[in-house]
Structure formats: structure tokens, C-alpha cells
Design a protein around this ligand. Structure first.
Ligand code: NAD
Length: 264
């Protein structure tokens, strides 16, 4: 089979365990010949990420808390030291106090608003600044978003506001870095049961609703997000930038509950 990522090196941020969307992307890219470095949030996660990295022969496993600028600097300094340059970056990171991922958005606290924006929005821009400096031959930057950026979804609240800002930042970054041959895109994934998703109120109900009402009448898998990421990260996506690409079994086109869908 054609190896679409042969000769490409990149950083994948946000693997927490084997359910992570970042891991789904890593597996598909590795199958296509990419050489991958991982960053993980803290030492307690290392024991989960290490065996996954081993599974695909990745040797660079670097701790990085994106809320700390020094931690981001150390991550990219290390990559510069070992690889000099990179071809792609995947940012699959988001965080908010789970007490605010239920109830009303309007009750959001200023502290959690700032923290959510910092970790879920600014960290992508901060990573892009540093990654772009290591992309002399161009490259591809990718982040993960959700439909709650565009429409009100139950319990998504401040995270929806953050994802809207993240999607906007994708467009600004695409314009800023396009001249350097660097593309920037987002995948808007349908709901998937992960660690981060378990913080969202009534998540099982949301999964079931999407399963019953999306055009494909099922939910997406990590691997399907991985396959779409492969397109955006490889030369297949060479003409695509500033895009928010939905990988959600078509849910975003639906305007009303399907007539054949049972009530849940
Ligand atoms: P996950 O819990 O596996 O991944 C979230 C990651 O964010 C974890 O690896 C965590 O360590 C990392 N993170 C949080 N705070 C951090 C910090 N300060 N520094 C460094 N890393 C930090 O869950 P996931 O669902 O795979 O989430 C990945 C991305 O996909 C997120 O942006 C999420 O919003 C997005 N997304 C998820 C879904 C879904 O239904 N699961 C749908 C659409 C978009």
C-alpha cells in the first residue's frame, strides 16, 4: 500500500490513553510511515502513553503542560535538538472544570472561563508558533473541535465558546502561515467516548442521540478521525487550509430528529 506519510515527522499532543482521539490519529499516521513524537500532560499519564508509543516504535515521549509557557518551550527545544525540523503537528487538547460542563453556560465563572480558553484555545496558537518555526519546508497543523462551537449542545457550555474561538484561530493561523507553505485545519469530530468526554453531563445520551439521528445512523470511531487526519496531514490535503472538516457521520447537516428514530 502507498505510505502517505513516509519521510514525515511530527508531534502529536494529547494522548492520555488508548481511547484518546490523538491515539487514533497516531495509529493511522504510523501505519502510513510517519515518525511520531508524543507529548503528554504529566508524569502520571506517562505509564499509559509509554506502552502506546512502544507499540508504534516512537521513542520521543516528552512531558508538556500547555498551561506553562516554559513547558511548551522545553518540548519544542527537545524536538529541535533531536529532529531539527518537523512536518506536522496534531493538537488534541481541551480542558474545563467539569462542574461547568452541566447546568447553564450563563453561570460560567471568570476563572474557569480564562482557564478553559487558555488550555483549549491559546495552547494551539502557542504550539503553532513554535511548530511553524521548525517547518522550513512547509507543514500541516491540525486541531480537534466539536459542533458545540456552531450550535448550542446540552452541557457543552464554556467549551462551546472556546471551540468557536479555536475554529476562528484556525482561520487566522491559516492566513498567517499560508505564505510559508504551512496549512492549518481542524477536524470537528462527532461524540466519542474518551476521558475528556466523560466530564460532559449526560454524555451517554448525546452519544445515543447522534447514533440515532446522524445520516449514517451510527457514531464515528477514533480510527475514522485518524483517517481524515491522514488526509489533512499528508499531501492528499495539499490544497486545503483554514478548514473545519466535520467527521461526524454527517450529524451537522441534520435539521430535525429523524422520523424513523425511536425516542430515547
Ligand atoms: P482525551 O481525554 O483522551 O484527551 C484530552 C487530552 O488533553 C488529554 O491527553 C489531556 O492530558 C490533555 N490535556 C488537558 N489539559 C492539558 C494541559 N494543561 N497540558 C497538556 N495536555 C492537557 O479526550 P479526547 O476526546 O481524545 O480529546 C481530544 C480533543 O478532541 C479535545 O480537544 C476534545 O475537545 C476534542 N473532541 C472530542 C470529542 C469527543 O467526543 N471525545 C469530540 C470532538 C472534539
Amino acid at each position: 500500500a502507498t505510505k502517505l506519510m513516509a519521510g514525515k515527522r511530527g508531534l502529536i499532543m494529547g494522548v492520555a490513553n488508548d481511547k484518546s482521539i490523538a491515539w487514533g490519529i497516531a495509529k493511522v499516521c504510523a501505519e502510513h510511515g510517519a515518525e511520531i513524537a508524543f507529548s503528554y500532560q504529566g508524569e502520571t499519564l506517562r505509564k499509559r502513553v509509554q506502552p502506546l508509543a512502544d507499540q508504534i516504535g516512537a521513542t520521543e515521549l516528552i512531558e508538556c503542560d500547555v498551561s506553562q509557557p516554559e513547558s511548551l518551550d522545553a518540548l519544542f527545544d527537545r524536538l529541535k535538538q533531536v529532529w531539527g525540523k518537523i512536518d506536522f503537528l496534531v493538537h488534541a487538547i481541551g480542558f474545563s472544570d467539569k462542574n461547568e460542563l452541566r447546568g447553564r453556560y450563563v453561570d460560567t465563572s471568570p476563572e474557569n472561563f480564562r482557564m478553559t480558553m487558555d488550555i483549549s484555545v491559546y495552547s494551539f496558537t502557542a504550539a503553532c508558533q513554535r511548530a511553524a518555526a521548525m517547518m522550513p519546508d512547509g507543514g500541516s497543523l491540525l486541531t480537534l473541535t466539536y459542533y458545540g462551537a456552531e450550535r448550542v449542545m446540552p452541557h457543552y457550555n464554556v467549551m462551546g465558546v472556546a471551540k468557536a474561538a479555536l475554529e476562528s484561530s484556525v482561520r487566522y493561523i491559516a492566513e498567517d502561515l499560508g505564505k510559508d507553505g504551512i496549512r492549518c485545519n481542524a477536524i470537528s469530530a462527532g461524540p466519542i467516548k474518551t476521558l475528556a468526554a466523560s466530564g460532559i453531563g449526560d454524555f451517554r445520551y448525546i452519544l445515543k442521540w447522534n447514533e440515532l439521528n446522524s445520516p449514517l445512523r451510527r457514531n464515528v470511531t477514533q480510527e475514522e478521525v485518524g483517517k481524515s487526519a491522514l488526509y489533512l496531514l499528508s499531501d492528499l490535503g495539499s490544497g486545503v487550509t483554514g478548514e473545519v472538516h466535520h467527521v461526524d457521520c454527517g450529524y451537522h447537516v441534520v435539521g430535525m430528529k429523524a422520523v424513523d428514530a425511536p425516542d430515547i
